[in-house]
Design a protein around this ligand. Sequence first.
Ligand SMILES: [Zn+2]
Length: 310
Amino acid sequence: MNFWKDSMPERYNGFGPLLVAASIAVAGLLFFIFLRDPADPTRDFGTMFDGQRSLNDVSVQVSFGPRPPGSEAHAQMIDWMVATLTAIGGWELEVQRAEYNGTEVSNVIAKRGQGPPWIVLGAHYDTRFIADQDPDQAKRLQPVLGANDGASGVAVLMELGRVLPRDLDKEIWLVFFDAEDNGRVPGWEWIMGSRAFVQGLEVYPDAAVIVDMVGDADLNVYQEVSSDAQLTEEIWGIAGQLGYSDILIPEHKYTIIDDHTPFLEAGIPAVDIIDFDYPFWHTSEDTLDKISSESLQIVGNTLLAWLETK
Ligand SMILES: [Zn+2]
């Protein structure tokens, strides 16, 4: 696979000197030959995935306020995701309005490339109605701002949306799931958006990779126990090659119900990349100051490098 075709001109419109076209072709070919080695884990992907730009995506989302289903900020999120992906270009967009157990959910889906393989990259964009883990009881009925729990995963996907080449030799869907985070709230369940999404699939993707709570400045991403073993090994293996084994730690820790779960239940290999050692989880303190561009960068670099091997 290569990520570099994008940097070559998509089409050559003019009828200018043939020499110019030939030079471009040669330059493109050299670029292609020298930069595309997918087996080289030492390649610096830092110039591709921009952690700062990703952090800015977190900041924009947080500026809308808490984004629970039904809120104005939730509708603003959908508009922002569609507008941002439209501006990036090269993504076929769909807002999937689906129903799960009588509740309407809206997943935003962006598709690009031709497979196989067909890979779904997912993150939830909604935030939790209540900060029920807050140490201060008075704050437990407030909504969660979700800088990490919501915005960080979206921000990683959005930045991947910018840097993935238009001309992919695989099919990639970025799926922004609704209604992930309201389990134990009366009338709600966890992971309703991803459940509706998987229910609606007529054909199954080859793999699903979920990112959730990946922006913590003190990032510790252990392997999630229920995740597909091979995908886990591949992704943590790549992270290790990139020098991130103190961040993506190759040890199992938690078993978590997350947006990967409906995929696993359908027999689709899926993995959850989540830092569950986050003291501000479901509290009023899940705010922008807890997030670092370096953490987003590490997760983005790892996903790009892994995708390159597919
Ligand atoms: Zn949550």
